[in-house]
Design a protein around this ligand. Structure first.
Ligand code: SAH
Length: 370
């Protein structure tokens, strides 16, 4: 990997305010930020000389002190269903994964917010990788930038990425500032111009950060619920021990109330055979979500080596869905995409230099029980 020139400011690391301040430091007017945002994000340009509406003098200044540098793509895999997965190097020891999922009439980019994940959900492959660090703004925006470049859609109206979901590696609310800056850029008309309903933040339930989010950013919200009671959720999503269901659902309610569009919250529920998939669980889920504008996404569990869980059978999933639908809850079973390249939900592993030593601890436990 080429060593980055640390004397240069990477413009992907600046939000609009940051870009305006940076240009101000060069003696330039704030409207230059709009021009730069368009070149970078709508036209996918990384060469200042191609920015034809900037003066020669400004281009020279930018050459001397700035760059536009996305993380490097290590590999690009194509699944039989059209899903594309990029392994993206963010530094000499770490890679994250980004996934593009084409569907009828839209293209969803699933991006990572952290190198690994600090939470320890037992059914998630990213969790097994441990955690290293938060991604910078440039590393988050860089995933969208490089996907657009790779998909070959530079002029804005021909763009193929129509939706962005923070459902890759990491917990975006634990990288709050950069996630918020990234979402604002994604929705900025002069950058990507995505609508609020097409940017989704997914969280396992970091309640104080969710409240902060409702104050600063209006995006679609997805919550990884996975269990209808605290006993089970404590096991499956350990952050529940800190922020139990009552607190999480109250925060979801506050989020909806603070939103302009009052959109429904999507509750994600991974279907684990014999663990959370009985009719009693479904009925408990109905009671839990009764007073919220909610819809439910059932996610068939995606296997990965050493997970110890199995996916519920199709009949169990249908029965579960039937109970929810009968109770009036909009419920869809998510189609598993990209699984022949391990790009499905919870299969993203990247390559994490694990500072938590979680992987090592798991190996030791496995050896001990052998
Ligand atoms: N940390 C955030 C963002 C990750 S989103 C969150 O928890 O919401 C990834 C989604 O895939 C989450 O809903 C997660 O719970 C789910 N998931 C994780 N592992 C999975 C697996 N093996 N099979 C199916 N879904 C999984």
């Amino acid at each position: 990997m080429a060593t980055p020139d640390t004397t240069l400011t990477n413009l992907l690391d600046l939000d609009r305010e940051g870009l305006e301040a940076f240009l101000g430091g060069l003696g330039e007017k704030p409207f230059r930020a709009t021009q730069l945002l368009k070149w970078i994000y709508q036209f996918g340009v990384d060469d200042f000389d191609a920015m034809s509406n900037l003066s020669r003098a400004l281009r020279d200044k930018l050459h001397a002190c700035a760059e536009i540098r996305s993380p490097e793509v290590v590999s690009e895999q194509h699944a039989t269903d059209g899903t594309i997965k990029w392994l993206v190097r963010v530094d000499s020891g770490n890679c994250v994964e980004t996934v593009f999922i084409p569907e009828d009439g839209r293209g969803t980019l699933c991006i990572s917010s952290q190198v690994g994940c600090a939470l320890d959900c037992g059914f998630c492959s990213t969790a097994q990788q441990g955690f290293n660090r938060n991604l910078s703004l440039a590393e988050i925006m860089g995933q969208l930038w490089l996907a657009n470049r790779a998909l070959g859609c530079t002029p804005r109206r021909e763009r193929i990425v129509s939706n962005v979901v923070f459902m890759g590696m990491g917990e975006p609310l634990l990288n709050f500032d950069n996630a918020v800056k990234a979402m604002r850029l994604m929705m900025d008309d002069n950058a990507y111009g995505l609508s609020k309903r097409r940017v989704t933040l997914s969280t396992s339930g970091v309640v104080p950060a969710l409240d902060r989010l409702s104050q600063v950013c209006d995006v679609a919200l997805a919550v990884s619920l996975h269990a209808p009671d605290n006993g089970l959720r404590d096991q499956l999503v350990p952050i529940n021990r800190k922020y139990p269901l009552e607190e999480l659902l109250a925060a979801c309610r506050r989020y909806v109330d603070a939103q302009h569009h009052k959109a429904k919250v999507t509750f994600q529920y991974v279907m684990l055979d014999g663990v959370n998939d009985s009719p009693a669980h479904a009925r408990a889920l109905v009671r839990l979500l009764r007073d919220l504008p909610a819809k439910v996404n059932l996610i068939p569990f995606n296997m990965f080596p050493g997970s110890g869980y199995r996916c519920s059978g199709p009949e169990a999933i249908e029965r579960f869905r039937g109970i929810l639908i009968k109770a009036g809850l909009v419920t869809v079973t998510r189609k598993t995409r990209g699984d022949n390249i391990d790009a499905a939900c919870g299969q993203l592993a990247g390559s994490v230099d694990d500072r938590t030593r979680r992987r090592l601890r798991r190996l030791v436990v496995k050896e001990a029980v052998r």
